[in-house]
Design a binder for this molecule. Structure first.
Ligand code: 5GP
Ligand code: ZN
Length: 143
């Protein structure tokens, strides 16, 4: 498979690795939005957030929490963003699941490019659509 993150995980491509264990690897993003911008990936290939098995997702999320705290301390950051882009429309460019950890400093930059506004009833319409799907798919939560 032609996947740059699989290549990094198997050490056939180079990266500035900051953490590694049996299942996961974390390395610095080659095109960072801030100093210390880190990517956390599973060594096994899964396309995105939705296709990650629950156990691996839980382990990777715990690891990302730990690494976020470590990075915040190491770089004396004021905060950080943990982001997962899913699908081309959401900005995903590497289709091997990853979390971004982005160290943040007071007044460094705006992450939100825009906001939209609901008209008077629209917010309820959107809530209803989502709630109907939650009922329809509730079996997926525990299944
Ligand atoms: P996405 O856009 O899929 O959420 O994030 C993919 C990230 O991987 C991007 O921020 C991009 O800069 C980073 N990236 C792409 N190719 C490489 C690479 O070969 N090495 C490293 N270290 N980062 C990469
Ligand atoms: Zn991969």
């Amino acid at each position: 498979m032609d996947c740059i993150f699989c290549e990094i995980a198997s050490k056939t491509s180079e990266a500035e690795i900051v953490f590694e264990n049996e299942k996961f690897i974390a390395f610095l993003d080659i095109n960072p939005v801030n100093y210390g911008h880190t990517l956390v990936i599973p060594k096994t290939h899964f396309d995105n957030f939705l296709t990650m098995p629950a156990k691996e997702l839980e382990e990777m999320t715990k690891l990302t929490q730990y690494l976020s705290g470590v990075i915040k301390r190491a770089l004396k950051a004021d905060g950080f963003n943990v982001i997962s882009n899913n699908g081309t429309s959401a900005g995903q460019s590497v289709f091997h699941f990853h979390y971004h950890i982005i160290p943040r400093y007071e007044n460094d930059f705006h992450m939100r490019p825009r906001t939209i506004e609901y008209n008077s009833t629209e917010i309820e319409v959107y809530a209803e659509k989502i709630k109907a799907a939650v009922s329809k798919y509730e079996g997926l939560l525990n299944g």
